[in-house]
Design a protein around this ligand. Structure first.
Ligand SMILES: [Zn+2]
Length: 201
């Protein structure tokens, strides 16, 4: 008896294949700071994009497609540069861990560039308006635990981890729950991977 072709159905909420749905693991977290993720179009297509995972948990996540001028303009209109911090380790970037209480209290918007390093640099170069935002960088970020998708830079944090850590620095006490969610998702993905993938280095 021949098998019918397998159609890969995706969970409507989390976007993962139904057999790997992560919805039961979601840790809902609220906060005062809106997290804007400016997403490269290639990154957006990636099924295991970590910004998507972050958005499943954190209610104030806004994903903006960098390739869509209307979305980008709406983002620029919504965000007051005085209340925003763009995570990027530029020359003038402030160490997020050393910000004063007053500076932290003023932050209402965190902006992340979601993509590889060259892509993130290119976004800044292509979109001059991003130059109006103060930049923030990490000086003692925790090690990345994102092992399923290798980053070109071993020390680089995934977008999810960077957002979690930045919000932690801003005093959100619940945000570490998202880290547990992330570990659970990774463990689940790992358990569903075929053996030969696990042994590939
Ligand atoms: Zn799901």
């Amino acid at each position: 008896m021949s098998q019918p072709p397998v159609k890969r159905s995706l969970c409507a909420h989390c976007g993962y294949p139904t057999g790997q749905c992560v919805c039961h693991l979601i840790a809902p977290v609220t906060g005062d700071v809106t997290v804007w993720v400016l997403q490269d179009k290639h990154e957006a297509k990636h099924a295991k994009n970590s910004a998507r995972l972050f958005a499943l948990c954190y209610d104030k996540t806004r994903i903006v497609s960098f390739a869509e001028p209307e979305q980008l303009s709406a983002f620029m209109d919504a965000v007051d540069p005085e209340q925003a911090l763009l995570l990027f380790p530029g020359e003038q970037a402030l160490a997020v861990e050393s910000l004063s209480q007053a500076k932290i209290a003023a932050i209402k918007h965190l902006i992340l560039l979601d993509g590889t390093w060259p892509k993130a640099k290119k976004m800044l170069w292509l979109e001059e308006r991003l130059g109006c935002f103060k930049q923030g960088k990490f000086t003692h970020a925790p090690r990345s635990q994102y092992e399923i998708r290798k980053s070109p830079n071993a020390e680089a944090l995934s977008t999810l981890e960077a957002a979690v850590y930045a919000l932690e620095c801003c005093g959100n006490a619940q945000i570490s729950n998202i880290r547990d969610f992330f570990s659970d998702v990774i463990a689940l993905q790992w358990s569903k991977q075929p053996e030969e993938h696990k042994h590939r280095s």
